[in-house]
Ligand binder design. Structure first.
Ligand code: ZN
Length: 392
């Protein structure tokens, strides 16, 4: 598996070199520009910007990490590729035809409000005069809590390290489909988590965390040290420097798995909390796990939001829907060349979406049918020993 990954990376890096030096990359960017209606609008997404990437890699979900140096290079690379780095509001205005852009646009976004952003991204952005928006799951801001995905990742790694065989009878039924492939070596922890998190409501994740923690005997080393989240003072400090903040629910909730009353509360309360704490107007939203539905979009629009970002890796178009903004989720490995070092042609090709145009990368659609029923079943399966299984 690792060999295939290295090989794929090598092929991509080699292709990037050819595309870059042959001028194909420029031609592809020009084609995308025409396709997009005159200007490209690239929205990129990051989670954690870290000072010690290799160290963090030992204990954190890899796909959430980028080093400070690579992050800075991404900004430089985007400028060199002809993008103007602008705010989300500017991009939405250009998409709606309210304003005209002289250059292609690139918007930097951060999901989840990790403290790393305050520590390591904010100083770079401030120095370079580049705007950015951070989407906050407000129930976590200013607390010592960790996200379910970080807690689960940590617990699964501990389970693996200790060669621990969980007792499934006292865990939610769904836990076998998460733990099974990991403990048998079929999937890495992060791949298994990726597949699992979007399919199961928060209460199932919490029940697995609680159950596993108990089985592993509790204790401080079962809670990850990493993955700490900003406090409101840090948010306010960034806001004073002009950085924007958007809503990302209260509890980092995948809204398509929740009933309408929960959707309403998660959206409205997270908006109101940021507005009250920071004194700014909140009109932008990021869908947790990138999943959205017509009902969710209607709720956002009715509460005065102007945009919603997905994780669909597709180009945005002038005249497109501001509530299904396409985004490229980036992390360290997006820029790694053949020898595992930083590759400028590869990064450029990624930002220019050459691989999307060639059909190499396959975007995951974020539009989902709302599944309250599954949500309710999800609630039931969290009871230990329940004989009910999750609906597909
Ligand atoms: Zn998120």
């Amino acid at each position: 598996m690792a060999t295939a990954r290295v090989l794929r990376r090598a092929v991509k890096a080699a292709a990037a070199g050819v595309l870059h030096y042959s001028g194909m990359r420029r031609a592809m960017a020009a084609y995308r520009r025409v396709q997009s209606g005159g200007r490209r609008i690239l929205i990129v997404s990051y989670h954690r910007v870290v000072s010690d990437f290799t160290g963090e890699l030992q204990r954190s979900i890899p796909g959430l990490l980028i080093s400070q140096e690579t992050f800075r290079r991404h900004i430089e690379e985007a400028s060199a590729a002809g993008f103007d780095l602008v705010s989300i509001g500017d991009a939405v205005d250009v998409m709606a035809g309210r304003r005209v852009a002289k250059k292609d646009l690139c918007v930097i976004t951060f999901d989840d409000g990790y403290r790393d952003i305050y520590r390591y991204a904010y100083p770079i952005l401030k120095q370079l005069g580049v705007p950015a928006i951070t989407y906050l799951p407000t129930a976590f801001i200013g607390t010592n809590r960790r996200f379910n995905h970080d807690r689960l990742f940590h617990l699964l790694r501990r389970t693996q390290e200790r060669n621990f065989q969980p007792v499934y009878a006292t865990l939610p039924d769904a836990s076998l489909s998460l733990l099974g492939p990991i403990l048998s070596g079929q999937k890495t922890v992060s791949a298994a988590l990726d597949d699992f998190i979007g399919e199961h409501p928060t209460r199932v994740l919490t029940a697995i965390i609680d159950g596993l923690e108990q089985q592993l005997g509790g204790g401080q080393d079962l809670v990850p040290e990493q993955g700490d989240i900003m406090n409101w003072d840090e948010v306010r400090r960034m806001a004073r420097d002009g950085f924007e903040f958007g809503a990302h629910t209260l509890g980092h909730t995948v809204l398509t798995l929740e009933p309408q009353a929960v959707v309403e509360q998660e959206i409205l309360e997270s908006k109101r909390t940021i507005e009250a704490e920071v004194g700014i107007q909140v009109r932008d939203f990021a869908y947790c796990n990138g999943w959205y539905s017509d009902e969710i979009i209607r709720t956002l629009a009715s509460h005065g939001f102007r945009s919603g970002v997905t994780t669909e890796d597709l180009p945005n178009r002038i005249g497109g829907d501001p509530f299904t903004l396409k985004r490229k989720v980036l992390w360290e490995n997006f820029s790694l060349g053949m020898l595992g070092d930083y590759s400028s042609p590869l990064t450029g090709c990624q930002l220019d979406d050459c691989f999307g145009l060639l059909g190499v990368s396959r975007p995951v659609p974020g539009r989902r049918t709302h599944s309250y029923r599954n949500g309710l079943l999800g609630n039931l399966v969290t009871r230990p020993g329940s004989s009910l299984t999750e609906a597909p």
